[in-house]
Design a protein around this ligand. Structure first.
Ligand SMILES: [Zn+2]
Length: 332
């Protein structure tokens, strides 16, 4: 219902999104770009193929001015006056496709991007629990039958592949051991997958990206949902990543929330910005303001739609929320 209204309103958005877009900055966020069906990502993220990604970039380039990390900081500090509204391209999770597929496109088009990474997964030391969920669903789809024991591990009342998929997708960070029991039962060898496919960027690639002028920054240590952590756990994951980035010469002054910043209270931001070297944080709630001025919201671009449609919908939705005063997230 809500989506129908937004689609309808989006249809009336002007062709000049650079003008009508409600914020002075546009922060698109992607995870992956690939022309392949990737078993560890395809069931959790609707990533775009190269053609779709390039179309998004061309659309954004027409209406916005892509900026680097340094220009973004200058813009926030009021020292940079762009000709158009600015766009800072971001990626999360540090997948290898950023190097193999995205980098050649960005270099050809002369566009900067920053990738927010989880140090726990760099060099393919570990697979993020959501990627394990994707591998499980992929294996279950391909299997003729599913071992009833798996249904019982998941305490599924109505055993079916569809229910298994829904249940596996709901498994959170604190229950991630459950995913390990299931991969074991399904004989999915995550370590072999890490060795053979190498889903993540390596330290050498991070260094090369930095030398080429691209950004590497923080997405927490191992991708927990911050709203489910205690303040102490939130700070441990954040500070450990901050130190790693600083030691390795990456961008340590920003932090992008894994999953969402939904439910993260003011006390976390107070603690985060006690560190005077922390410049800003990034959520991904779309076109929204935040009562924490240095928490900037990004636009998720992997929603199964073109960049043009997504930006038009965000613009229409923002206008709608403005009427009822709901376009600002207020933290307490
Ligand atoms: Zn992420």
């Amino acid at each position: 219902m809500k989506d129908n209204i937004i689609n309808l309103l989006a249809a009336f958005e002007t062709e000049n999104i650079g003008k009508s877009f409600p914020m002075e900055y546009c922060l698109p966020v992607y995870h992956c770009v690939s022309d392949e069906k990737l078993p560890h990502i395809r069931h959790i993220i609707q990533y775009k193929n190269t053609r779709q990604f390039e179309e998004d970039l061309d659309y954004l380039s027409k209406h916005f001015q892509f900026v680097s990390w340094a220009e973004f900081k200058d813009f926030v500090n009021g020292h940079f006056k762009p000709e158009k509204k600015i766009a800072l391209l971001t990626f999360d999770d540090g997948f290898r496709e950023f190097y193999d597929t995205v980098l050649p496109v960005l270099e050809r088009k002369g566009i900067y991007a920053c990738n927010f990474i989880n140090p726990a997964f760099i060099d393919n030391r570990e697979l993020m629990f959501r990627c394990k969920a994707s591998l499980i669903i992929d294996a279950a789809e391909k299997a003729k039958t599913v071992d009833p024991e798996i249904y019982s591990i998941l305490s599924l009342e109505n055993p079916s592949k569809e229910n298994l998929k829904q249940k596996v997708l709901k498994i959170g960070y604190h229950e991630k051991d459950l995913l390990d029991s299931i991969t074991e039962k399904l004989e999915i060898d995550c370590n072999a997958y890490l060795r053979e496919y190498k889903p993540y960027l390596t330290t050498d690639q991070l260094k090369t990206l930095t030398q080429k002028g691209y950004g590497i920054s923080s997405h927490s240590w191992d991708h927990p949902k911050y709203g489910e952590l205690t303040l102490q756990e939130q700070m441990e994951s954040t500070n450990r990543t901050f130190n790693y980035l600083k030691e390795n010469g990456f961008i340590y002054e920003s932090f992008a929330f894994p999953f969402t910043d939904f439910g993260v209270k003011k006390d976390f931001f107070d603690e985060l910005f006690k560190n005077k070297e922390m410049f800003c944080s990034f959520g991904s709630a779309g076109a929204k303001w935040d009562s924490v001025e240095r928490n900037f919201h990004r636009i998720p671009m992997e929603m199964g739609e073109s960049g043009e449609q997504i930006l038009k919908k965000e613009t229409a939705y923002f206008r709608l929320k403005k009427i009822i005063n709901k376009n600002k997230i207020v933290r307490r």
